[in-house]
Design a protein around this ligand. Structure first.
Ligand SMILES: Nc1nc2c(ncn2[C@@H]2O[C@H](COP(=O)(O)OP(=O)(O)OP(=O)(O)O)[C@@H](O)[C@H]2O)c(=O)[nH]1
Ligand SMILES: [Mg+2]
Ligand SMILES: [Zn+2]
Ligand SMILES: [Zn+2]
Length: 499
């Protein structure tokens, strides 16, 4: 914010300081009022205008900084930035802040930017004596533009400063005014704080009225009236107590906080979607793995195996120790004479050695090919038996084990994702909660705050984004969040209307 001081006073020299900020629609006459104040404090006259802010027909005479755009083009908003103009009067200094007009021809974004600038300037002033609403007094009807301007005003001025509202109706006198102060409701402005002015002297080139005696007289009369009104206005300003501008700061903090939390909700809902997608994919994979586990779980097979066992009986059989089998099965009853003669018991090595020697000498080799020394006789027979054995199919078992370990891995990943999603939801809840608190704070600071306009933009984006979410879980979550923010806006807005 630039500071311009027509008479270069050192602020410390002044006992009384009044900060006044102008607020109003573009073209309402804020900058013109500053020029009139320049003449009032600098003793300018219609023959010798003092111009702080250049106009289409008047160049600046005070050599001050200003932020007028293209003064020749009356269709465009003129003032672009907030500028402080200091005026002194004995031990008193008045700091008037000229601001860019609302309902800017450049659209709502420019309005938003301008409102932030104006509120920033108000905050910076530290102590405000008055907020002067400059309104074109010829407006009889509440046009869309006027309604928009008033809406922006209501949304920008904290309740604590409502006592310090002053209205200057331009382009009119108290008898010709058309603007109805009812349009400002629920604000009510004390009659002593309403002023009428017709600041027409700077609207046309000097040459136009110097040649026309009647026009000149008329203009000089209007000029005189405006100077008297400024006199009354400054007297009135001195009566108003200054108010700290902390509320502007608090409003700014709350608005910024809401904006940033909404932005991060937007970003985190996207993150939520990504995590949810990942989780969905993992759950599908896990289902496949489970099917595999079931499919491969049958890796054990049972089969019947045949085997022979030797069982005691009443007949002798010849057993080969090398072959481990019966070479001659049940060739004689144990009690037969043949048994006594030919049976070769295992008994002692000496006896079996002698018998074997005898057999080897006289009996020859067995058909199994082994020597008689390897054979003996015993009263056993071979019995065929079967048993059930379990067999493991190795490749299927490998596939099974593999699936089980994959399942464990994915299960732990799913667990991790679940935890991430829960944490994200928690963070989103906290942000939503903070928005709620900030909205509440704003409502307390500025009961007329327009939550619809403030939040609708982001809600629109959230709704658009929610429609594009593919995960049902993420979409339901996003829709719930939007609903709760919408509900909040509705609640706050209806509270504003009734209050
Ligand atoms: N007749 C008449 N003309 C006025 C009055 N006040 C302002 N004007 C004219 O209205 C036009 C716009 O006035 P500005 O003072 O530039 O309006 P502003 O509020 O500063 O506009 P922005 O800077 O765009 O916000 C100019 O041509 C002024 O000469 C008034 O009280 N009577
Ligand atoms: Mg201006
Ligand atoms: Zn043998
Ligand atoms: Zn044999």
């Amino acid at each position: 914010m630039e500071s311009c001081n027509p008479e270069s006073p050192l602020k410390q020299d002044f006992q009384k300081e009044y900060n006044i900020i102008l607020f109003g629609e573009t073209g309402a006459g804020k900058s013109t009022l500053i020029n009139y104040l320049t003449n009032y404090f600098g003793n300018g006259t219609p023959g010798n205008f003092k111009i702080a802010i250049p106009t289409k027909h008047h160049v600046a005479t005070e050599g001050l900084e200003h932020h007028e755009d293209n003064v020749q083009d009356a269709t465009k908003s003129q003032t672009r930035a907030c500028t402080v103009y200091n005026f002194r009067e004995q031990d008193t200094i008045f700091n008037f802040i000229d601001t860019p007009g609302l309902s800017d021809t450049e659209g709502p974004e420019q309005d938003d930017f301008n409102v932030r600038q104006i509120m920033g300037a108000a905050e910076q002033s530290g102590m405000l004596t008055a907020i002067i609403l400059v309104i074109n007094g010829t407006q009889a009807r509440a046009t869309v533009t006027l309604r928009n301007t008033l809406c922006l005003l209501r949304s920008s001025i904290p309740d604590v400063l409502l006592q310090n509202l002053v209205v200057v109706l331009t382009n009119c006198s108290v008898t010709t005014v058309n603007f109805d102060l009812v349009h400002l409701e629920p604000w009510t402005i004390a009659e002593s704080n309403v002023f009428h002015m017709n600041n027409c002297a700077l609207s046309r080139p000097v040459s136009q009225w110097t040649k026309n005696e009647r026009m000149k007289k008329n203009m000089e009369m209007e000029w005189e009236c405006s100077m008297e009104t400024i006199e009354e206005l400054t007297q009135n300003l001195k009566q108003l107590g200054g108010k700290a501008t902390e509320a502007f700061k608090q409003m700014r903090i709350n608005r910024d906080r809401i904006k940033s939390q909404l932005q991060s909700i937007l970003a985190e809902v996207k993150k939520f979607q990504d995590l949810q997608n990942e989780l969905d994919i993992m759950k599908t994979t896990q289902q496949h793995i489970s099917t595999d586990i079931e499919k491969y779980s049958d890796y054990k097979r049972t089969k019947q195996v045949e085997y022979t066992e030797l069982e005691k009986c009443d007949f002798y059989s010849t057993i080969c120790t090398e072959c481990c089998k019966l070479c001659y099965e049940c060739w004689t009853h144990v009690n037969s004479p043949k048994a006594v003669r030919y049976a070769r018991p295992r008994s002692t090595p000496t006896i079996s050695g002698i018998i074997s020697f005898f057999n080897a000498t006289f009996g020859g080799n067995c058909h199994c090919g082994h020597t008689p020394y390897s054979h003996y006789d015993d009263n056993v027979k071979s019995v065929k038996k079967t048993k059930t054995v379990e067999e493991i199919l190795e490749d299927i078992k490998t596939a099974y084990d593999d699936s089980v370990s994959k399942n464990e891995q994915i299960q732990s990943k799913i667990g991790g994702l679940d935890a991430d999603i829960a944490a994200l939801k928690h963070a989103l809840d906290a942000k939503e909660m903070e928005i709620l608190e900030c909205c509440d704070g704003l409502k307390k600071l500025c009961s007329q705050f327009n939550f619809v306009d403030e939040l609708q933009g982001v809600i629109d984006v959230m709704e658009r984004d929610a429609r594009s979410l593919t995960s049902t879980v993420a979409r339901v979550d996003a829709e719930n969040r939007i609903r709760s923010i919408k509900h909040l806006v509705d609640t706050l807005s209806s509270a504003g209307k009734s209050g």
